[in-house]
Design a protein around this ligand. Structure first.
Ligand code: FES
Length: 202
């Protein structure tokens, strides 16, 4: 049987104070650690900027040339194809792995013969589908180092993959699929890379 004397009451009161102060310190500690955690869940300004669509004035891309823009940390080409460049498409389908773009490497509205919304402009990620190197723009048909069948396109110097001027991969190279076409749309002459939609708006 326990006895409760004046000394025990003092001891119990001391313990109650200790317990209360320990809980209080724990709450402060939890709050201190919770604030950075919540803050880390907010997307940084940089991440938001990188995820944002990118505008391109296509009138500034001269026929026969391309520009490279950065979208979501990846290089994207905007190639202004000339009528002569467009005429090469469709003449070498037998050399291509996926000439009809069966593999899901483009939005539905770019699953066509030119893999584009506007045939004059190819918008494609400049990332080789083998191991991610950046291919080189080689538009000259029949280039000596690429063979007499070369119709013009993109050549990856890392392991020799080849793509035509619609970003379609050739057979017998390491790359397994066509270059990826990102979502994009037009507002007049303003191309917006990263905008989801039917592809053509004015
Ligand atoms: S990364 Fe392009 S061929 Fe290997």
């Amino acid at each position: 049987m326990s006895e409760t004397g004046p000394l025990d009451e003092k001891e119990q009161a001391r313990r109650r104070i200790l317990v209360a102060s320990t809980i209080g310190m724990g709450t402060v500690g939890l709050a201190a650690t919770a604030i950075p955690f919540v803050a880390s869940m907010e997307p940084s300004e940089r991440a938001k900027a990188e995820a944002a669509p990118v505008d391109v004035d296509v009138t500034r891309v001269a026929p026969g040339t391309l520009i490279t823009v950065n979208w979501r940390g990846r290089p994207v080409w905007v190639l202004h194809r000339t009528p002569q460049m467009l005429a090469t498409l469709g003449k070498h389908d037998a050399l291509l792995l996926d000439p009809d773009s069966q593999t899901d490497q483009q939005p539905k509205y770019a699953r066509n013969a030119t893999r584009s919304v506007r045939p004059a402009f190819l918008v494609v990620e400049a990332v080789c589908t083998h191991l991610g190197c950046i291919p080189v723009f080689r538009p000259e048909p029949g280039a000596a180092d690429l063979g007499p069948d070369w119709p013009g396109g993109f050549y990856c110097p890392c392991h020799g993959s080849k793509y035509d001027l619609a970003g379609r991969v050739f057979r017998n190279v390491p790359a397994p699929v066509n270059l990826a076409v990102p979502p994009h749309a037009y507002h007049g002459e303003r191309l917006v890379i990263g905008e989801e939609g039917p592809g053509v708006t004015t």
